[in-house]
Design a protein. Structure first.
Length: 276
């Protein structure tokens, strides 16, 4: 039997065990998946126990703190300076980042292209990944943030210039205007319980060709309601959550999941979320 876990602090109610168990079931893999709440000050002392597993997932606040303890990093993990998946094989721990592939496959599943003029709202960890992937895909990127977050957005802009040799534009949210091929919300705006908020007004959303909202609770945010009313393609963050877990298992077991596999897991995950 294979053994895996998710480490983070605090973990609260996580959908990861549900998602991973369903993915194990699809592949007929005998494996367990647990939540392991580890405070930052205990990560180093707990690490030897983690190395007895076949692998583990990593969430806040350990995505960077785990890196010095690992033996190797994938190219994407090096680029982002963040790890969310660790594979342990022959005593060697390799860090990967599957959030990026989860995002790309979620867009593909929704029939949304990552190209043209992309407007990214936010400058946190997930927004940083969205920004890098947009540039890697050849898109023209504009990052829109609150006044207080301008320094963080400029830091992402500088990193993109240093690591990828490309330019990005930084503006305030109140300055957003014009048409965009894709609007990405990397902020928590619209997340439960503050569901009556949208990162941008309806009139601006209508000027976009597609919307991706990283929020998945609620599954239809006010931002996505605006997109739905405008008749444009949209996706919430749940397919990204399921896909990043699936890509983690693809790394652990050298396997592949299909769109149909993920649709099955998505349905079960949605049903479980409605029970909360």
């Amino acid at each position: 039997m294979y053994n895996f876990c998710l480490i983070g602090y605090p973990l609260g109610h996580s959908m990861s065990p549900v998602i991973h168990k369903e993915l194990f079931k699809i592949k007929g893999i005998d494996a367990g998946y647990k939540l392991n709440e580890i405070a930052p000050e205990n990560l180093e002392s707990e690490y030897n126990e983690l190395k007895n597993l076949n692998g583990f997932n990593v969430t806040i606040p350990h995505k960077t703190g785990i890196i010095p303890m690992l033996d190797a990093l994938s190219e994407r993990a090096k680029l982002f300076g963040a790890v969310n998946t660790v594979k342990i094989e022959n005593g060697k721990a390799t860090g990967h980042n599957t959030d990026c592939f989860g995002f790309l496959r979620a867009l593909e599943m929704a029939g949304i292209g990552l190209k043209g003029n992309v407007l990214l709202c936010g400058s946190g960890g997930v927004s940083r990944m969205f920004a890098f992937e947009s540039i890697l895909a050849g898109a023209d990127l504009t990052i829109a943030v609150r006044d207080d977050d301008i320094p963080d957005a400029n830091l992402i802009k500088s990193e993109i210039k240093d690591k990828l040799g490309k330019d990005a534009k930084v503006i305030k949210l109140c300055e957003v205007d014009g048409e965009y091929d894709l609007l990405i919300n990397g902020t928590p705006v619209g997340m439960y319980p503050k569901v009556e908020a949208s990162v941008l007004p309806k009139e601006q959303v209508k000027k976009c060709n597609a919307v991706f909202d990283a929020v998945y609770n609620p599954q239809e945010t006010l931002l996505l309601k605006y997109a739905k009313e405008a008749g444009i393609k949209y996706s919430n963050g749940l397919p990204m959550l399921v896909w990043q877990a699936a890509v983690a298992q693809e790394i652990w077991f050298d396997t592949e999941f299909t769109m149909d596999d993920i649709k099955k897991v998505l349905k079960i995950t949605q049903e479980e979320m409605e029970k909360i």
